[in-house]
Design a protein around this ligand. Sequence first.
Ligand SMILES: Nc1ncnc2c1ncn2[C@@H]1O[C@H](COP(=O)(O)OP(=O)(O)O)[C@@H](O)[C@H]1O
Ligand SMILES: [Mg+2]
Length: 585
Amino acid sequence: MTSQGTAPSKKSPYLRLLAYARPYSRRFFLALGCMIAASACNVVPPWLLKNVVDDVLIDKDLSMLNALPFVLVALFAGKGIASYGHQYLMNWVGQNVVMDLRLRLYDHLQRMSLKYLYGKRLGELMSRITNDVTILQNLVTSVLVNLVVQAATFAGMVGFLLYINWKLTLITFAILPLTVVILDRAAKKLRGVGHAIQSELATLSAVVQEAFGAIRIVRSFATEDLELARFRSSNRDNFRAVMHGVQVQSALAGIIEVVLIAALALILWLGGKDVVNGDLTPGELIAFLGYLGFLVQPIRVFTSVVGSMQIGLAATDRIFGLLDTPEDIVTPDSPAPLGAVRGSVSFRHVSFSYVKGQEVLKGINLDVRPGEKIAVVGPTGSGKSTLADLIPRFYDPDSGTVSIDGADVRTLDLRELRKQIGVVHQDSLLLRGSIAFNISYGLPGLAREEIVKAAEIAGIHSFIESLPSGYETEVGERGVTLSGGQRQRIAIARAVVRNPRILILDEATSSLDMEVERLVQKAMDKAMEGRTSFVIAHRLSTVRSADRIVVLDEGRIAEQGTHDELLARGGLYHRLSTLGETTVP
Ligand SMILES: Nc1ncnc2c1ncn2[C@@H]1O[C@H](COP(=O)(O)OP(=O)(O)O)[C@@H](O)[C@H]1O
Ligand SMILES: [Mg+2]
């Protein structure tokens, strides 16, 4: 299940969708067969009616009468079985296509860069995976089924009509489009009136909402009468729109009926003449009219299917559009071996922007020795988090390189790279599951001692032990509620359990109060031991002990050095630290 290297396909979305049904083609064609069979059963009844009239009622043929009940029951039993067959089979195929496509989409989305994902609203992505895929399933199953069944039924009935009397059929089909056009016009007009009523109603409620939302203002300006007048006028507009709708609706209902009956009358008159002349039997005329009546159904379903098909194809377009968006951050075809990482990190002329033309990092040069502890400080929005995010390659720089032990991160295997980097953010999220699951996240089957060791580094072991179920305690919605400080320490354990060479702590203590911060700070100090570390922190106390402090300002390194050196310089760091904080909110 990999979607790497998905080149945008030029094929039509409908064909691509059918390609997803290919693995299930046997059931698919079986379903098609069932559909044709069900349609055939639809076509027969008016023909039976002809036999009833001509052979039974007129010629008094008893054997025909006796056979009739059996034929009818057998026919509908057959139709029932065929319908069951195509519905079950098509849904089976459709649901399988949905499962496959959902999985593809999910897999693809998970691999998309954060830059892409953050640019989208979560709801939009979820809508692709749930709504759009469901719409699409509808397209495969009900729309396709309707299309086939109704088309086959329509063709069968037209065939019978031609067979009964081709001249009458041709005349009928000459006037049919005219009626369809008239009916279509009428439907459009009705929709227009419906919209108008809706929008008047919306205006009315907006007027109410506005007036009551601003009721204090209305009161203080004593404008109740003015507002009432405005509401009265809106209310009257609404009345007019509704009454206009009633007029149109009632008039149209009559007109439609007249048009239909006129068409029917014409056909009846022509057909009746044929019966009188002996060109047509009475049973044939009745069957003919019967077929005409039944024809309405396929035509109606057809038009509604066209609507659903457009909706379905739009969803298909959106889904394939998403699948075709190339993954921009991928492991190269032949990744450079990483080996035992020492942990040096260097930025060379690195520039980066989320949005074209707005550089967030500008020409960053920074060399970090293995095991060095770097504090990154600077005003909010100066690019600290972005700088840190480039190391695990959440983003690629626009220009310049980020390297680890001298190897450009873009040449490395993504998994290998990220395994070497532990990250703790502000307000760490824990996932649904036990504490042990959360600490060993992504490392199934990790030995308990390893988990405990990580918890000890994070200073949370004794707390976990004190819980009734210890490491098996569930966290998340249905589990225990952990405080911010406890969550952060579990997140630290999660970051160090892989024994990464590089640790990134991005405002890990920023949302904690002073008291708890000290505990988490201790855990962080322990976690950083022997690792190259990047600490982004708010409070001066966290930063002071770093080997080197890098001060970012508007995407540039404004100054760097030790705490004392920077204070002596009297620059941005000096200004920030006199505020007692290293970032200006
Ligand atoms: N996903 C994103 N999409 C667009 N702009 C972003 C995104 N993340 C951050 N930015 C912008 O980039 C700049 C730097 O952000 P960030 O690195 O988070 O700063 P810091 O961590 O120093 O507060 C800010 O102006 C921020 O608005
Ligand atoms: Mg930040």
